[in-house]
Design a binder for this molecule. Sequence first.
Ligand code: T5A
Length: 208
Amino acid sequence: MAGRFIVLEGGEGAGKSTQARRLADWLAGRGTAALATREPGGAAGAERIRALLLDPAAPLTPLAQTLLHVAARVEHVAVTIRPALAAGIWVVCDRFMDSTRVYQGVAQGVDAAAIEALAGIVAIEPDLTVVLDVPLAVSRQRSAARRAQSGAAMDRYEAMDDAAHARIRDGFLARAAMAPGRYAVVDASAGLDAVFADLCEAVANRLR
Ligand code: T5A
């Protein structure tokens, strides 16, 4: 039996990484083998590409960023995602192709048709995408808290201005509105446990 492919999308600090791990544990607790993974990254080579993509000191045009995100994704799909799904393991992925559509396409102006051509090469779409939606002020506050915890500097995308982040939020909501059967939107401004409960409900309802 093939596993199911669940993606969490949304802006910075929405809680995707935290909730992806919790969801994989929750699925495992219900007897469904599950793996939490992330993008960019999720495979050794893809993690190397991630470091370049997030480094604000490495100038990269939006198109070059697009191609690097897709290169990392192709590696992640081949090395981690497809083998897991083939083994019946459910995959919970923190970001996927919609992040490219929204960050590089909507916010940075890369041609949508070019991005869809690349999506065809990636050749796998999620069974369910859950958009964790937060207002920008909450997003900025949580990203700052995470940086304070880890000591990390602001990355390339966190450094984008508020107008770009507003387009990103609207972009994810527009994706969800276009295909409500394959998306759920969860208000992620609530506390961690409330968001997690809504996420589990969405998964249980959509992927019985
Ligand atoms: N990108 C990525 C592209 O431009 N194109 C692409 O194709 C892809 C795949 C990745 C960057 O790359 C860009 C988008 C990204 O900017 P990243 O560091 O992985 O870089 O960025 P994010 O995915 O945004 O990761 P963050 O860690 O910033 O956000 P998360 O994962 O949404 O949030 P999380 O879980 O790390 O939580 C952040 C902080 O908030 C707290 C957590 O404890 C943590 O401290 N928190 C909450 N606090 C209160 N209530 C809640 N409900 C909370 N949820 C989380």
